[in-house]
Design a binder for this molecule. Structure first.
Ligand code: KIV
Ligand code: ZN
Length: 527
């Protein structure tokens, strides 16, 4: 009988660690609800000890979903306490604790003599600490996962000892991360097989894998691990995550579905919800899906050449190995026009996976009417963009109140901006080489930003087709070694640029606030 592979989604934790991606608490809750609808088994909602916002988002997600919610913790009692506190009102939750086990992690991260003077002594100490953490976590919940971080580069004999010891200490899931995306499928498969064969108590835990994509092998490694006995995969929507990202959920799930004869394994994912989830995550994180991305890219089912088009018209299976409907990829639907009412809008948003209460429906409707006035047809993508922007705006500190730009072929562009914060209004003007540069300078002057925020990435794209389409600006500001991303939409790309710039400044402000909070840890310490 086909065996189940547990899908552990870490979009809200590892995915959010993508450079430039940042989600508000409300966005996380909304994504968690959609992940629940998608049918994931475990949602890793964040790393509670790392900041008050992370703590709060894990707490809020915990109260919203049917899936098991997991919180990440280093192998420290204080981290584990933070997960417990965040999820104390949830009946069943998971504590996911981890510790570096490769020699490079041991000698560099645990260099201090208090972890032992020799590699051998440090290795022993790490097993002790890992077991203590697992046993401590176990006093709060029966569901404890342990990850030997950088297992991909960990000596197999030592890895076997670590895994055996943490299972004996109570771990119910042992997750084998290829943290640096270094391993090749054949090697990784052998590692999983060795653990299955040589860890004496392996039957008391589920073997999980967590693969990063630095060499583009995260999905291949995860699938090979399944062939060798892994029964949980950790993955993210659209493959977002630290550096080159994590294994992509949709690719693993569809590989198992399209080629069942290779694995005799299945997941409980409702694949028809894949597109909605992918688009929601993209809109909220501001991370575009590359057009040729497997499964969810815009071109994944597009047939350009005449021969292919001819074949597909005769029979789709000539050039398609899966049906677009199976992942919920439908033609972009025209939603409604300027005369449409709230009920129709609410129904459409619901089918796209959004949860809208009365207050939010009123806010979306307001934006929808403004947009419908400017363009005749409002598409699903427009609605997703509006939702993304509204969620950001609900938590924004700096909000655009007024913008006036003077430009022409023979005049120097001048911008006047007024920015509203909860207690003050800031206003100033500036010139620039172009209208966008003038706006950014005017904002910097209005807010008195003296430190350098370097614009290191700026992209404009049209969300839908047509001359009155919504424009989306995505940008990244670089400041003191950190990156702050912003995204803005408008039918006017200059206004979209200003909104994106303000959003990036809002992210920066949030980060400063977190760092000033004594409970938060330094960014460099984040996994
Ligand atoms: O990549 C990694 O090793 C992780 C662990 C915390 C599982 O994200
Ligand atoms: Zn990771």
């Amino acid at each position: 009988m086909s065996e189940k592979v547990i899908v552990f989604d870490t979009t809200l934790r590892d995915g959010e660690q993508s450079p430039g991606a940042s989600l508000t608490i409300k966005e996380k809750v909304e994504i968690a609800r959609q992940l629940d609808k998608l049918g994931v088994d475990v949602i890793e909602a964040g790393f509670p000890v790392s900041s008050p916002t992370q703590f709060e988002s894990v707490r809020r997600v915990g109260g919203e979903v049917a899936a098991t919610v997991a919180g990440l913790a280093r192998a420290l009692e204080s981290d584990i306490d933070a997960v417990r506190k965040a999820l104390e009102n949830v009946e069943h939750y998971r504590i996911h604790t981890f510790m570096g086990t490769s020699d490079i992690h041991i000698t560099q991260k645990f260099a201090s003599d208090r972890y032992g003077k020799t590699l051998g002594a440090k290795r022993k100490k790490i097993i002790e600490m890992a077991c203590h953490a697992v046993a401590y976590a176990k006093t709060f919940t029966p569901d404890v996962e342990f990850s030997p971080e950088d297992a991909g580069r960990t000596d197999i004999e030592y890895l076997i000892d670590v895994v055996e010891a943490v299972i004996a200490a109570g771990a119910t899931t042992v997750n084998i991360p290829d943290t640096t995306g270094y391993t090749f499928p054949t090697e990784f498969g052998k590692k999983i097989a060795a653990l299955r064969e040589r860890v004496s108590n392996i039957n008391h835990a589920v073997i999980s894998v967590h693969c990063h994509n630095d060499l583009g092998l995260a999905v291949a490694n995860s699938l090979t691990a399944i062939s060798n006995g892994a029964r949980q995969v950790e993955c993210t929507i659209n493959g977002i995550g630290e550096r080159a990202g994590n294994a992509s959920l949709e690719e693993i799930v569809m590989a198992l579905k399209v080629r069942p004869e290779l694995w005799d394994c299945h997941t409980d994912i409702k694949t028809a919800e894949i597109m909605n989830t992918s688009r929601m995550v993209s809109a909220y994180t501001g991370m575009l899906v590359q057009p040729n991305k497997a499964i969810v890219g815009e071109n994944a089912f597009a047939h350009e050449s005449g021969i292919h088009q001819d074949g597909v018209l005769k029979n789709r299976s000539t050039y398609e190995i899966m049906n677009p409907d199976s992942i919920g990829m439908t033609e972009s639907k025209i939603v409604l026009g300027r005369h449409s009412g709230r009920a129709g809008l609410k129904a459409r948003l619901k089918s796209l996976g959004y949860h809208v209460d009365k207050e939010r429906l009123n806010a979306v409707y307001k934006e929808f009417v403004i947009l419908a006035d400017k363009k005749k047809e409002v598409f699903d993508e427009d609605l997703r963009a509006i939702m993304g922007e509204l969620m950001e705006a609900e938590e924004a500190f700096y909000k655009l109140d007024y913008l006036h730009v003077n430009l022409g072929t023979t005049t120097i562009p001048v911008a006047i901006v007024r920015i509203q914060t909860p207690d003050k209004v800031y206003e100033d003007s500036a010139t620039g080489d172009g209208p966008v540069a003038a706006c950014f300078r005017a904002i910097a002057r209005a807010l008195g930003i003296r430190q350098q925020f370097n614009l290191e990435y700026y992209q404009v794209r049209s969300i839908t087709k047509g001359k009155s389409a919504l424009g989306e600006v995505t940008l990244r500001l670089h400041h003191n070694g950190d990156i702050y991303a912003g995204r803005g939409i408008s039918t006017d790309t200059i206004e979209a640029s200003v909104k994106a710039y303000l959003e990036a400044l809002n992210q920066h402000r949030k980060m400063v606030e977190m760092e000033q909070n004594p409970g938060s840890i330094k960014v460099e310490e984040r996994v």
